[in-house]
Write a protein that binds this ligand. Structure first.
Ligand SMILES: [Zn+2]
Length: 91
């Protein structure tokens, strides 16, 4: 039987890094850990080794709740960067 792999939601992703909340901040002395994002911002699940002391395999979930750089521009009712690009076209 397969051992279940812990799933952790990424808090933020940008073109360099995926940021994942630390599970043991008192031991690691930090709030989050960084993984390479391979320059991709889309939703997905990444299999990696935990950077916490356990070092076990984890699944990092990147979904619509994961903060992207353009989300900083997003406020309810206000166009975000993607809406503007869609409307104005990107070339
Ligand atoms: Zn940690």
């Amino acid at each position: 039987m397969l051992k279940s792999i812990k799933e952790i939601y990424a808090s933020k992703i940008d073109y360099q890094h995926i940021r994942v909340p630390c599970e043991t901040p008192k031991i690691c002395k930090r709030d989050e850990h960084c993984y390479g994002s391979c320059g991709e911002l889309h939703n997905r699940i990444e299999s990696r080794k935990s950077h916490c002391s356990s070092g076990e395999n984890i699944r990092i979930i990147i979904d619509k709740k994961t903060l992207r750089p353009f989300d900083i521009l997003y406020k309810p009712g206000v166009k975000n960067l993607f809406d503007i690009i869609r409307e104005e076209g990107a070339d």
